[in-house]
Design a protein around this ligand. Structure first.
Ligand code: ATP
Length: 597
């Protein structure tokens, strides 16, 4: 499933992104005000520059003029003007720097807050999203989007509007000082320049998007391949993987090429307009000088103004391009942020109140895809404190039932109730806080054993962690480790054996201390001696707690209060071990088959 936008027609969305950023800016009104003041001062300094230059040139030009009284005055006036010119230049730079320094805090804060919001939102999204996501692409979308926020905010606030104002002021100054032909020429060239830049940038945004998409795709390929490192090695498919990655990179390269060529067209067009505008202005100025209506200083001033206008305008072209590029990058991020969570708390959701811990599956029906029903009319009441085992052939829907209990999915029909409360009407947080699970495949964080166990209750003391580790029969294992609980478990916990990981998961759940316990094949990776130890731990833990155990090996659940046999998503038998054996049904067959093994 595609999770980021790959349709080029999303410019409406682009500008909505800007609206979304607005509140983040408003949070820093004062700082932005100070930064804007610096900007105005920098602009004032920059507008003074051509005038100072003109006066310097004219003063120098007048040196031979007899009307100038003394030698000292000859030099003093131009020298003072040159100093003023240098000062204005310095002030221009320093105020621009000050502006950037002040505004940096605003962008960084926004980047942090949007990054956090995206991360939190990703955790809000349902399991299904995460099963479908491509980690590499998601991480790239986030990374690119967050970086783009920086350039977008900076440019929006400090470039577009100020540059347009500057152009306006220059046009007015030219109109007052030199008449309409000059003002009109500059106005026309600027208008043409802006129109062309906007049009050409719109046109090439699709190439930017394509390149972004290809970039995310190739990253997804690389990450997926690295996550499957061992599988790649087992099947000696390094070349195959490299080839697939190269295909993705090739796509990226082609998109980048189009991107580059379109940029060339844009820059070339802009340069042409600038050259035409400047030549016309200078030609007119040169004629004025020849006719004697303008001084050399005026010629220099007009040239300086042209440069001064087109440098920021050129920059504006760059900025507009960057903004469009940034918007295209941010879209991926915002598409993630706006992805609605399919499983969300009801508006009036209450906290789950567990008084006894009874679970009811009421006429429960479920399908991952509508065409294929997985659970049919499951009617099951697990009494408070009961130890119930779920058994049945692989694929019969046991783990699915647990996912519904945790509300990773909502049922298609019927309901799940805990102590009489429909779990759709309580908060997901309170629901999952009341449940503890030792899953089929335990995945650990790339951290120490201690922190992985503490994850069950982040505030637990070292002593409590150690106690939980002992109860989960990790003591012997810990004694063999030179670094004990501080041993790092590696990415996804791959440095531990399956059985060790399962015991860490048990220790975690012991620390969490939930009212309802679920063991999904918790002893599947253990040898019989460890299995006995774990079973003892499970027995102790489940004392007085409602416990659901999924088991393939029936020998591990003979002591359950009740055993429920699932087949093709239906409850086909239930009762205790002896009663089920006496029935001579599905359970008896499974039992027989396992006894033979
Ligand atoms: P096992 O004992 O092998 O773990 P199980 O009884 O726990 O099996 P489930 O994991 O509940 O079986 O799966 C029941 C069926 O649902 C399987 O056929 C599986 O292919 C399908 N299934 C599980 N998860 C998904 C999913 N996210 N999307 C689509 N189908 C799924």
């Amino acid at each position: 499933m595609r999770r980021h936008l790959d349709h080029p027609e999303t410019s409406g969305m682009s500008w909505r992104v800007v609206g979304t950023l607005w509140p983040y800016l408003l949070a820093f009104k004062q700082r932005i005000l100070w930064a804007s003041l610096c900007l105005v001062l920098a602009k004032v300094a920059s507008i003074c520059l051509p005038f100072l230059l003109k006066y310097v040139v004219d003063a120098l030009d007048r040196q031979g003029d007899v009307s100038v009284a003394s030698l000292s005055e000859w030099w003093l006036a131009p020298l003072a003007l040159v100093v003023a010119y240098g000062l204005a230049r310095f002030l221009n730079v320093i105020f621009n720097e000050l502006r950037d320094t002040l505004f940096g805090r605003v962008t960084e804060d926004t980047m942090r807050r949007i990054g956090l919001a995206t991360f939190q939102h990703l955790h809000q999204l349902e399991l299904d999203f995460h099963l479908n996501r491509r980690t590499g692409a998601v991480s790239r979308d986030m990374e690119r989007g967050i970086t783009a926020i920086n350039s977008l905010m900076r440019f929006m606030v400090f470039n577009i509007i100020p540059t347009l104002v500057e152009v306006g002021i220059v046009v007015v100054l030219l109109l007052i000082n030199y008449g309409w032909p000059f003002a009109l020429t500059i106005f026309l060239s600027v208008t043409l320049y802006i129109a062309f830049s906007v049009y050409a940038t719109e046109w090439r945004t699709r190439f930017v998007r394509k390149a972004n998409l290809a970039d995310s795709k190739s990253n997804a390929r690389a990450i997926d391949s690295l996550l499957n490192y061992e599988t790649v090695k087992y099947f000696t498919n390094e070349a195959y993987e490299a080839n697939r990655y190269d295909q993705a990179l090739l796509e990226w390269q082609q998109a980048k090429r189009q991107n580059r060529l379109s940029l060339f067209a844009l820059n070339g067009g802009q340069a042409l307009i600038v050259a035409l505008g400047t030549t016309t202005m200078l030609a007119m100025a040169a004629m004025g000088v020849q006719e004697g209506s303008l001084t050399i200083g005026d010629f220099v001033l007009l040239n300086a103004f042209m440069m001064q206008i087109f440098i920021p305008l050129n920059f504006l072209g760059f900025v507009y391009r960057e903004i469009k590029g940034s918007l295209a990058s941010i879209e991926g991020l915002f598409a993630l942020l706006q992805q609605p969570a399919k499983i969300a708390d009801a508006e009036q959701a209450q906290e789950l109140e567990v008084s006894q811990g009874g679970i009811e599956f009421v006429k429960l029906g479920f399908a991952y895809q509508t065409e294929r029903k997985i659970l049919h009319d499951i009617q099951l009441h697990i009494r408070p404190g009961e130890k119930l085992a779920l058994v049945g052939p692989s694929g019969s829907g046991k783990s699915t039932l647990i996912k519904l209990l945790f509300r990773f999915y909502d049922p298609v029909s019927g309901s799940v109730r805990i102590d009489g409360q429909d779990i759709r009407h309580v908060t997901q947080h309170s629901l999952r806080a009341a449940l503890g699970i030792v899953p089929q495949d335990t995945v650990l964080f790339n951290d120490s054993l201690r922190e992985n166990i503490r994850y069950g209750q982040p505030g637990a003391s070292d002593d409590e962690v150690l106690q939980a580790a002992k109860l989960a029969h990790l003591e012997g294992f810990l004694a063999q480790l030179p670094e004990g609980l501080d041993t790092q478990v590696g990415e996804r916990g791959l440095k531990l054996s399956g059985g060790e990981k399962q015991r860490v998961a048990i220790a975690r759940t012991i620390l969490k201390n939930p009212r309802i316990l679920v063991f999904d094949e918790a002893t599947s990776s253990l040898d019989s001696r460890s299995e006995q130890a774990i079973l003892a731990a499970i027995r102790a833990m489940s004392e007085g707690r409602t416990t659901l155990i999924i088991a393939h090996r029936l020998s591990t659940v003979v002591d359950a209060d009740r055993i429920v046999v699932l087949q093709n998503g239906r409850v086909v038998e239930e009762g205790n071990h002896e009663a089920l054996l006496a029935k001579n049904g599905m359970y008896q067959q499974l039992w027989q088959a396992q006894q033979h093994d």
